[in-house]
Ligand binder design. Structure first.
Ligand code: GLC
Length: 664
């Protein structure tokens, strides 16, 4: 047992050291340094350089000054470690100074125009680099196509080093500073982001911060028993602690990767693996993990990334006897990330991946004074949209949109019809129960419907992580396949194809009507259908999400100007809608938005108003012609698609049709 007196003495020494460190930190605080804006000296070169450097320093110090106290407070709350905090601050400065001149200029521009991403000109597209264009250079050569799609924000799906066959689509990173060899190099990435910036295209990438691959150097050292590295993960030498966690922690992949721990026979330890067994959860209780991951984040931001998608963020803090999701410390970390980015790279946006119910999502925006993420996925709206397709009943969707519309207008949502992941049926089941729909039976119906088995469905796709115990399953398929394009094409049924295209286009028109930033999955602009070839690849066969992650079909994309083809039709209609959205200011993110009762269960009506402009959107989710019993008598309206006058009073809408009616 340790001698009490020695412990006390040691405590005293640490206390004194801590006090000294605090003193040093205080002395280093920018206001003490005297953050004075330097005069511009325009004489000889060396003086110019000194003046420039002083100005750079001044900018950094100003930002630090603004945020230092809060950052320190939060850091101490989690870690109580002064020297690690000092190290973090030194590195913030280092990453700031390393930032390229063009990026720093962008930082300044966006700092003075903080709402730059809230306008109506943003349209995103997400893709896997290899599927889209082979490699990074290939993407660069396809930027003209991206522009043709009216897209000015590309999400490059995970491209960092990851072990083949144990990569979870790139979400198991083995080196945060290396690009997968087949896709290119860090230099290629910098060239690509620079080329994008020249064209006004923003680049988004994933920051997979909850876990590393088991092949990451930290994991390798931990596996060999190095205690310092083991403490960066969750290691247990027997099943007791894991069994306690398992009591309260739900499963992410109940079928493809059951359980939250993996036994490592060679290391004689269990390691926490919330996702796949080869994705080891990082332990953010260790300040070394936080600091190093922040350096990785800034290193990547400095490659010219505009939007950092914080992958699986609700999971990053673990506590026994909790679900290990959305814990308060997660928000402390996200807030610190926001502060860090505002100090080092304020042009960068944080996009939080919180695939959960609305009351869990919204807190990730933080508050107006202390914001966290700039953007979040509108995930419940997305899932509710497909529920509406399957039921032809807009009641729940209307309610969901009302919830979103009632949120502060500063919040920016990323709107989408689908992404690279499955569609989980996270709906408001309490409301559905009032309509007589039970959760389990309704999920069953939705999954049957989208597989094409029930409800007069034309959809095609596959289940994901069907859990025989809970009866739960999620769904995978491309937008076009879920709308009936695949089935109609297979059956060579022109009439069915027209119907499928109408549904597909109507869904996009409705998605564009929502506030925020719409993001397309690459291939959706030409109605690409499911890709079943993943089943032939043993590394992918067990994961049905690959069904909707197929390679871009460039020969079909060659048809975009041919109006008789499926691709030409979908591309043309979307092009028209995208241009309207960018042209009409009523689509800005902070416009007033509301829903209107149409007295027809299948017709959704959305109103938008901004600075004297008003638009009424009508969307028929049924395969039958309908009438929207609305009565907007405040003036004359024009249909933005046909250019014809049409009053928003008792409007007849064809099957799967829609209108954008603008007040004159
Ligand atoms: C996110 C990704 C998903 C991945 C998971 C684990 O949810 O979107 O594709 O499987 O994180 O990293």
């Amino acid at each position: 047992m340790a001698n009490k007196r020695t412990v006390k003495k040691a405590d005293k020494i640490t206390e004194r050291a801590a006090a000294k460190r605090t003193e040093r930190m205080e002395a280093q605080k920018p206001e003490r340094i005297g953050a004075k804006k330097p005069e511009k000296i325009e004489t000889i070169n060396s003086e110019k350089i000194t003046a420039k450097k002083a100005e750079e320093d001044w900018i950094f110090q100003k930002r630090m000054e603004r945020h230092h106290d809060e950052l320190r407070w939060l850091y101490m709350e989690l870690y109580g470690n002064d020297s690690m905090f000092a190290e973090l601050c030194d590195n913030l400065r280092r990453f700031y100074l390393e930032r390229k001149e063009e990026l720093r200029a962008l930082d300044l521009e966006r700092e003075t125009n903080q709402g730059w991403y809230k306008k109506n000109d943003m349209l995103g597209m997400m893709f896997y680099i290899d599927n889209f264009a082979g490699n990074m250079k290939g993407v660069e050569s396809r930027l003209d196509y991206i522009e043709k799609c009216n897209v000015n924000y590309i999400h490059l799906m995970p491209f960092l080093d990851t072990p083949e066959g144990r990569s979870d689509g790139g979400y198991a990173v083995s080196d945060f500073r290396r690009v997968q060899e087949k896709l290119g190099t860090m230099a290629d990435l910098e060239n690509l982001t620079a080329a994008c910036h020249k064209k006004g295209i923003n680049v988004c990438m994933d920051f997979v911060m909850n876990h590393t691959s088991e092949d990451h150097e930290w994991a390798k050292k931990a596996r060999q028993g190095d205690g310092e590295y083991m403490s960066r993960y969750f290691f247990f030498d027997n099943a007791y602690m894991p069994s306690l966690y398992e009591k309260t922690v739900p499963q992410v992949f109940p079928t493809t990767a059951p359980g939250n721990f993996t036994w490592l026979p060679d290391a004689g330890h269990f390691v926490m693996t919330t996702f796949y067994p080869y994705q080891w959860d990082l332990n953010y209780k260790n300040p070394r993990v936080f600091n190093e991951m922040m350096y990785n984040f800034l290193y990547l931001a400095n490659r010219g990334i505009d939007i950092i998608r914080i992958d699986a963020v609700p999971y990053i803090w673990k506590e026994l006897n909790t679900q290990c999701r959305n814990l308060p410390q997660v928000h402390t970390i996200v807030r610190m990330m926001r502060i860090i980015s505002e100090i080092v790279c304020p042009s960068v946006l944080l996009l939080g991946e919180v695939v959960m119910e609305p009351e869990k999502v919204v807190p990730y925006f933080g508050t107006v004074e202390k914001p966290e993420c700039h953007m979040l996925y509108n995930v419940t709206t997305m899932a509710t949209t497909w529920h509406t397709v399957a039921t032809r009943n807009v009641k729940l969707l209307k309610k969901q949109l009302d919830i979103v519309d009632a949120l502060p207008k500063d919040y920016v949502f990323l709107n989408y019809l689908r992404c690279h992941d499955d569609i989980g049926w996270g709906l408001d089941y309490a409301s559905l129960l009032e309509e007589g729909m039970g959760e389990r039976s309704h999920k069953q119906y939705l999954n049957d419907y989208f597989q094409g088995y029930a409800g007069d469905s034309n959809s095609r796709g596959e289940l994901y992580n069907a859990d025989p115990v809970t009866g739960d399953a999620r769904f995978c398929g491309t937008t076009a396949s879920m709308c009936g394009v695949e089935k109609a094409g297979f059956e060579q049924n022109d009439q069915a194809m027209e119907k499928a295209i109408r549904l597909d286009v109507m869904l996009h028109a409705y998605m564009f009507m929502q506030s925020g930033i719409p993001v397309l999955y690459s291939g959706d602009e030409i109605g690409q259908v499911n890709d079943y070839t993943y089943k032939e690849n043993p590394n992918k066969a067990a994961d049905s999400r690959y069904i909707h992650r197929g390679a871009m079909n460039w020969s079909l994309a060659g048809n975009i100007s041919d109006p008789v083809t499926v691709e030409g039709k979908i591309f043309h209609f979307l092009d028209q809608l995208e241009k309207i959205r960018k042209r009409e200011k009523v689509f800005v993110s902070n416009a007033d938005t509301w829903t209107i009762e149409t007295w027809d269960p299948s017709v959704l009506c959305i109103g938008r108003y901004f600075e004297g402009e008003k638009i009424i959107g009508l969307f028929n989710f049924s395969e039958f012609d309908k009438t929207a019993w609305i009565n907007e008598t405040d003036g004359d309206y024009v249909d933005l698609i046909s250019g014809k006058e049409r009053k928003p009073i008792g409007v007849d809408i064809p099957a799967y049709g829609f209108y954008y009616l603008k007040k004159k």
